[in-house]
Design a protein around this ligand. Structure first.
Ligand code: ZN
Length: 435
């Protein structure tokens, strides 16, 4: 594969992330792409009639989405081929009563979402994006997405003269007292700038704001770096890189032409906080949708179980690339390296869903797609993270493998990864869909 094409794939990922500053925006960005490929939205409140070869998607909670192409073969015969990933990333979220004024500064108080590296949010041009719920003049509830692309807020560091130990003890923010973000210079007479800003984004029929889900994001756009532009940096690479790889594979011409099996991309919110929600991977969203696909096309009550028994899930989430400055953090036999191939993640305690059989299957798809792969196992003396893989695999009783691309600085507000690995992941996912 030529370098230009790999660079284009990575640029497409950076654009996807830049357009998706919150999990709610991730879903609308995907929706726009799906519409241009003639996918039809299905609603859970309606009765479905599905056509063989039909392209569909379902959204739950505005931040989780299941996309599928209904195969020509019955699902009992061919099973579901599923790629799962997550739409959320660790961050800061605006609290319900967020505003305080101290020394003529309006500050916004935030709650920590997931396992963010807090210090990385300091000294960056931050802003807000998310969903605002309001009552209109007719008294009805409605909501809309808002996004402020320009820098609005900041968490300035303390000068080293006031924090002499910073380089020895590390950069720390006390979670309750030291995370409020500076939004404006205000005088007592002025209304809250936060509220004024939010109102400026609402439609004309909005009478009053009732609630919100607002994400803090870094406004700096994605960029390539390295002597030969072989790396890229952006926010939310974990896990929008996997969502982007999966959707790029699904919308590939060759995959769209090959419509035997039912192909599914399931992207969930709330992975970073444990997946327990109505639209999270631990809820019934995927089970419910797969069951409905099955019952919409067959009368036989055994067909759904038969379909699951033939199905496979690739759980795609990012992996910890070797960082040469910190060799003590890795198992020396299982280091994985940026731009040296997709990663198969193994954990016998089922933090990852892979087992010998699913690993072997994925290795074959890599070989068929001519994609390099690497094996990751966490150090025995470090606690291992987890993914949606084990959760979804257990819920459905479907065999699964956990994979992902190597990246640095997972959960930083500015993460980075490798250009070549992204194209490799798209290719092996494509291979899975057509195999
Ligand atoms: Zn992740």
């Amino acid at each position: 594969m030529n370098v230009n094409f790999q660079q284009e794939n990575a640029q497409s990922l950076l654009d996807f992330i830049d357009n998706s500053p919150s999990p709610w925006h991730v879903v609308t960005t995907l929706e726009a792409q799906l519409t241009s490929f003639q996918f039809e939205r299905l609603y859970e409140t309606e009765i479905w009639t599905l056509k063989a070869g039909g392209r569909y998607y379902v959204i739950r909670g505005d931040s989780s989405i299941i996309i599928f192409i209904h195969g020509e073969k019955s699902v009992a015969e061919s099973g579901f081929k599923i790629i799962g990933a997550h739409t959320d990333s660790p961050s800061l979220r605006v609290k319900p009563n967020p505003v305080t004024n101290v020394s003529k500064l309006e500050r916004l108080h935030v709650e920590i979402y997931g396992g963010a590296i807090l210090a990385t949010f300091s000294d960056r041009e931050l802003s807000l994006a998310g969903r605002v719920n309001y009552q209109n003049f007719a008294g009805n509830l409605s909501h809309c997405l808002v996004n402020f692309p320009k820098p609005l807020m900041r968490l300035p560091n303390l000068a080293i003269h006031l924090n002499r130990g910073v380089n020895e003890e590390g950069l720390k923010f006390q979670k309750q007292n030291e995370l409020a973000l500076i939004l404006a210079n205000v005088s007592a007479q002025l209304p809250s700038q936060f509220e004024t800003l939010l109102k400026s984004k609402l439609p004309h029929d909005a009478e009053r704001i009732l609630a919100w889900d607002l994400n803090v994001f870094d406004t700096q756009k994605g960029n390539f770096w390295g002597a030969n532009n072989e790396f890229f940096a952006n926010r939310q690479i974990d896990n929008l890189a996997s969502c982007h790889a999966a959707i790029s594979a699904l919308l590939n011409e060759e995959v769209l032409k090959n419509d035997n099996s039912t192909l599914v991309c399931a992207f969930f919110d709330h992975e970073e906080v444990g997946s327990e929600s109505h639209c999270g991977a631990s809820g019934n969203f995927l089970t419910d949708i797969l069951q409905r696909i099955s019952t919409a096309t067959t009368q036989n009550s055994q067909d759904f179980s038969r379909a699951l028994a033939k199905s496979f899930i690739i759980s795609a989430d990012m992996a910890h690339a070797y960082h040469p400055n910190f060799p003590q953090c890795y198992d020396g036999q299982h280091t994985v390296h940026v731009n040296q191939g997709v990663v198969i993640k193994v954990n016998v305690n089922q933090r990852y869903a892979s087992d010998g059989i699913s690993e072997a299957m994925f290795i074959q798809w890599c070989e068929q797609a001519k994609v390099p792969y690497q094996m990751y196992s966490h150090r025995n003396d470090f606690p291992c993270g987890s993914t949606i893989g084990s959760i979804v695999s257990a819920k459905l009783g479907v065999k699964s493998v956990d994979v992902g691309n190597p990246m640095w600085a997972m959960h930083s507000c500015r993460e980075s990864a490798g250009v070549f690995d992204h194209s490799s992941m798209i290719r092996v996912m494509k291979q899975f869909f057509v195999a």
